[in-house]
Design a protein around this ligand. Structure first.
Ligand code: UT7
Length: 354
């Protein structure tokens, strides 16, 4: 076992509470017309008291485990990609590990909106070198808590949510076939939270100046995004020995519909091959791609043998892309729950980590 790493489980969770464009019209000087035409976003989900990055993560992870026919104790690795963890430390992955009853290493990593695909590329290494048999990778954000709801240039864009996948060792050719990760830290101020770190700790003044919230130079990020989405995707495809024409479904980071359209055009993809759900969630950063993957599966757009292309960009600046050949049977949770007795899963073989 173990020449390939395949996605065997998937799950998502978003808060129940919805913030519509009409709600935002009452908070800042904006309009549904502006937000829709400039971004494609109609609404986003935001947490309520009692919810946090870890609660969304745990709910998404439980779905992913159920679909994979696994329990927490079967996991050999947990990676949580987020820029909005419950705490500076301990990591959100620590909290998820405990809640799932897992007995494995767990850590957070952040590459902003590219974090999920970065984390997938890391988990892939553990799987293919035989160190882990099953890895849980979560992309999650609660950006509503770090967004300035007085800044119309950012507050209309972002939302909360979590998506999770299980990567498992497999002998069947497929799974993650190629990827690329990239970084250009020359201009961190293009998209950042300036204070609250070691360089500029939070003070009354920084809070008064609202520098503890996300700040973005949108037009600059836009230019970068329209270029990098296409080139990064092409690079990952080339690493897999493929071209854009070989993709059955393109699942891009959901930051702005205009960016998605520009990337799709560059890759010469017809709209049927492009997955978009930004209208419902806004930009959920590291959670956007795994949430989109879950919805694409629910809509019957992913099937065994399908080649999926995923690409993200974000703060850093960072970017990442991955090509996956889907191999898992498509399991709806309803069907699984109905047939649970027959689905009783053999305990996983113990895996020696380290
Ligand atoms: O995951 C990575 C995260 N970031 C991104 O992907 C962001 C990439 N950038 C973008 O998506 C776009 O640049 C934005 C959606 C952020 C902005 O769209 P834009 O077409 O680049 O607009 P702009 O920043 O050039 O602003 C155009 C106008 C400005 O007014 P003036 O100066 O022309 O009078 C803004 O003040 O739109 C104004 N504006 C708004 N108006 C109504 C900016 N935000 C809003 C708003 N409602 N929410």
């Amino acid at each position: 076992m173990g020449h390939y790493s395949a996605i065997t489980g998937w799950g998502m969770n978003v808060p129940e509470k919805i913030l519509t464009n009409a709600d935002l019209e009452r908070i800042v000087d904006t309009s549904d017309e502006w937000i829709t035409s400039r971004t494609g976003i109609k609404e986003r989900h935001v947490i309520s008291p009692g919810e946090s990055t870890s609660t969304l993560s745990i709910a998404a992870a439980r779905q992913a485990l159920e679909r994979a026919g696994l329990e927490g104790k079967d996991l050999d690795l947990i990676i949580v990609a987020t820029v909005s963890p419950d705490y500076r430390f301990p990591s959100t992955a620590n909290l998820v590990q405990h809640a799932l009853g897992a007995q494995c290493g767990a850590f957070d990593m952040q590459a902003a909106c590219s974090g999920f695909l970065y984390a997938v590329s890391v988990a892939h290494q553990f799987i293919v070198n035989g160190t882990a048999k099953h890895a849980l990778v979560i992309g999650v954000e609660v950006l509503s808590q770090v967004i300035d709801y007085k800044d119309r240039a950012t507050c209309v864009l972002f939302g909360d949510g979590a998506g999770a996948v299980i990567l498992s060792a497999s002998d069947e050719p497929g799974g993650l076939l190629g990827f690329t990760i990239g970084s250009d830290g020359a201009r961190p101020e293009l998209l950042w939270i300036p204070t609250g770190g070691s360089k500029e700790p939070a003070t009354e003044e920084t809070i008064r100046e609202r520098r503890n919230f996300v700040q973005m130079q949108g037009a600059e990020v836009f230019k970068f995004a329209t270029r990098i989405m296409g080139t990064a995707m092409e690079e990952a495809l080339a690493n897999a020995g493929m071209t854009a024409a070989d993709m059955d479904l393109f699942i891009p980071h959901q930051a702005n519909l205009r960016i998605i359209e520009a990337a799709s055009k560059r890759l010469n993809l017809p709209s049927e091959k492009v997955f978009v759900n930004i209208e419902k969630y806004g930009n959920t950063s590291a959670a956007a791609i795994p949430i989109a993957l879950c919805e694409a599966i629910d809509q019957g757009r992913v099937y065994p043998g399908a080649h999926l292309g995923m690409v993200a960009f974000g703060g850093g600046l960072t970017w990442a892309a991955a090509v996956v050949k889907w191999t898992a049977p498509i399991r709806t949770l309803e069907r699984l729950q109905e047939s649970l007795p027959e689905q009783a899963v053999e305990p996983a073989q113990p895996v020696h980590v380290g």
